[in-house]
Structures are given as C-alpha cells and as structure tokens.
Design a protein around this ligand. Structure first.
Ligand SMILES: Nc1ncnc2c1ncn2[C@@H]1O[C@H](COP(=O)(O)OP(=O)(O)OP(=O)(O)O)[C@@H](O)[C@H]1O
Ligand SMILES: [Mg+2]
Length: 188
C-alpha cells in the first residue's frame, strides 16, 4: 500500500471569464501524489499554482479533467461525501488574512472545521483548540481576539491551526511562508 496514489489530477483545466471571454488559467494539468509524499509545484507568478491548489480543494471549478482521490473520481459530490474529502483535504492559503473571517474570534475560526466535521462535546473541543494553539505557538489570549489584531506570521499560524484541526490526509500549502520574514519562515 506504500506506493498507493492518494491524489491524481488528469488533464485538469480551469478557465476564468475575463472581460467576457474565457481564458484558461491552467491547461491539461496532470499530477500524481502518493501517500506520504510531498509534491512541490514551482512556477512564475500567474502561472496557476494557486488555481490548481484551489481546484484540488474544490474552491475553483474544473472546466475539464478529473480529480481522482483514493482511486475515485471526486468531481461527484456523492463520492466526495463518501470519502470525507472536504474534511481530509485542506488548504493553507497564500493570503492568510483574507482566508480568515474578520468577524469571528480566533477560537471560532479554529473551531469551525471541528464543528463542521466532527461531533465532539464542548470540553473536548476546548481542549483540542488549546492544543492546536500551542502547536502553532500562539498565546492563549489570542482565542478571544480577531484576525486583524495579528501580524502576517501570526495569521498564517492561525490558518495552519485551522487546517490541522481535523487531522487531514492531504494538505495543499499555497506558499504558506512566502509572506513572512526569514526567522518566522523557519519556525512555521
Ligand atoms: N478568480 C479569478 N478570476 C479571474 N482570473 C483569475 C482568478 N484567479 C486567478 N486568475 C488568473 O489565473 C492565472 C493564474 O493565477 P494563480 O493565482 O493561480 O497564479 P499563481 O501561480 O498562484 O501566482 P503567484 O505566484 O503570484 O501566487 C492568473 O493569470 C490570474 O490572473
Ligand atoms: Mg499563488
């Protein structure tokens, strides 16, 4: 089972409507990721790295192609649900701040995926959120605060805590440290 493919993209294209015309942002992408493997996508600005990531987690629609997760086509919602795809495949966004709901406290932001995907009681949830905060190196008082009260590096950590909250099987990390200074990059 060690070399089992966890994710395959086959001929995936995504087009955006720009000034009334459809323009392809990514064109016939193929990729294969095995369990335990790290796959890095490198390319110049605007080449489509974020788009492929968002497409994998379902935030952009494919114009054509297939996404195969654990051997099954996850373009079908029913299969996505069966495989718990939305719980197990998570993304750390390039722009941490805009991915955090400005009206929610850090507590509620980190709790959201847990509440969506797991049924646990308030005490267990509370313990879990404190552990996650600890893992990403933020102080307890952060929990009552709002995203704008944090630095870019801290916002990135909040995004990471939220992503690992449900123990995903696959994480799409979209330049999770490129906006941070070098010492913070090393920590994150
Ligand atoms: N929502 C959108 N609507 C229209 N065009 C978009 C949208 N998102 C991305 N694009 C376009 O798709 C192309 C790929 O963008 P994408 O953000 O995937 O690039 P990237 O490789 O992540 O770049 P960077 O290194 O700057 O983060 C760009 O030409 C961009 O303008
Ligand atoms: Mg990008």
């Amino acid at each position: 089972m060690e070399s089992e493919n966890i994710l395959e993209a086959k001929q995936v294209s995504v087009a955006f409507r720009i000034a009334g015309k459809f323009q392809k942002a990514i064109y016939d992408i193929d990729l294969r990721l095995r369990r335990g493997e790290v796959l890095a996508i490198v390319g110049e600005s605007g080449s489509g790295k974020s788009t492929i990531g968002k497409t994998i987690v379902g935030l952009e629609q494919m114009t054509s192609g297939q996404l195969i997760y654990k051997g099954q086509d996850v373009s079908k919602k029913k299969i996505r649900n069966q495989l718990k795809y939305n719980k197990d495949v998570q993304m750390i966004f390039q722009d941490a701040f805009s991915s955090l709901n400005p009206r929610k406290t850090i507590y509620d932001i980190i709790a959201e995926p847990i509440r969506n995907f797991e049924k646990i009681d308030a005490n267990t949830e509370n313990k879990r959120i404190h552990e996650l905060l600890d893992i990403v190196g933020l102080p307890k008082q952060a929990l009552e605060q709002y995203p704008f009260q944090f630095s870019g590096g801290q916002q990135q950590r909040i995004g990471i805590a939220r992503v690992v909250a449900t123990n995903p099987k696959l994480i799409v990390a979209d330049e999770p440290v490129s906006a941070l200074d070098l010492s913070v990059q090393a920590q994150v």
